[in-house]
Design a protein around this ligand. Structure first.
Ligand code: APR
Length: 239
């Protein structure tokens, strides 16, 4: 399927799901996880985004998140985020499912955003479970402390932790009911998020992938559009 056919299917669809990964925020200046620039002090995300790493060295894990928060604080939504927000306004049923924790979809105007991996601007107490939003680009003290006196953790989902049940159920049901499933800027290697494209296709949706490179799913999607999301999405999604 070429981009013109894909455009026609999107324009005619009543129910659309878009699944995004860090690639859609790359052009906003936020490094992806597995591409160039994804390392911090030579650590991989898999080394730091785990409950074990946090227990072992909360200061180190918090320094990584403080670095990412400061990067994100300087970032702005790009034309890819905005094109998705505009498509949502024109589509009877539109669900944006994101693996990203940077908040750029909401800042671009997306309303129905399902955050599978949480939100980097939310903190959660490790003892009383209270959670709150803290938009400071640089946290002091680090690690941040809850009102109850215990240490807070980032309000994100770490490797080995379950996805939030409510968000997962919404994402899975919307994918199953979708007519068009857009998968944008994700290497599609982290489960269970990556399985949603197969759920949609098995239920009869067409799957359109937008990625700067080939991925593990490129050979079975209905349409693979290769290039930068900020350039392709405005062309693909324009009315
Ligand atoms: N436009 C489109 N795609 C891009 C762009 C771009 N400008 N730049 C990079 N990409 C693509 C890469 O080709 C890659 O396929 O974005 C993808 C980024 O893949 P990852 O770095 O693996 O990020 P992601 O798929 O979001 O990771 C999933 O893994 O570390 C965990 O929780 C973290 O949510 C994250 C999850």
């Amino acid at each position: 399927m070429n981009i013109e056919e894909a455009r026609g299917r999107i324009a005619a669809a009543q129910r659309i799901v878009a699944l995004t990964g860090s690639g859609i925020s790359a052009e906003s200046g936020i490094p992806t996880f597995r591409g160039p620039g994804g390392l911090w002090r030579n650590f991989r995300p898999e080394d730091l985004a785990t409950p074990q790493a946090f227990r072992r060295d909360p200061q180190l894990v918090w320094e990584w998140y403080d670095w990412r928060r400061s990067l994100i604080a300087q970032a702005n939504p790009n034309a890819g985020h905005i094109a998705l927000a505009e498509l949502e306004q024109r589509t009877p049923s539109f669900t944006l499912v994101t693996q990203n924790v940077d908040g750029l979809h909401a800042r671009a105007g997306s309303v129905n955003v399902v955050r599978l991996h949480g939100d980097i601007w939310t903190l959660r107490c490790t003892r009383c479970e209270r959670s709150w939003e803290d938009m400071r680009a640089s946290l002091d003290p680090l690690p941040p402390i809850c009102e109850c006196g215990a240490m807070a953790r980032p309000g994100v989902v770490w490797f080995g932790e379950p996805l939030p049940t409510r968000e997962w159920n919404i994402a899975a049901q919307a994918s199953h009911q979708s007519e068009v499933f857009l998968i944008i800027g994700t290497s599609a290697v982290v489960q269970p998020a990556a399985s949603l494209a197969g759920v949609a296709q098995d239920a009869g949706a067409i799957v359109i992938e937008v990625n700067a490179a080939q991925t593990e799913i490129s050979d079975w999607v209905d349409c693979h559009l290769e290039g930068n999301a900020s350039e392709i999405l405005p062309l693909l999604l324009a009315p």
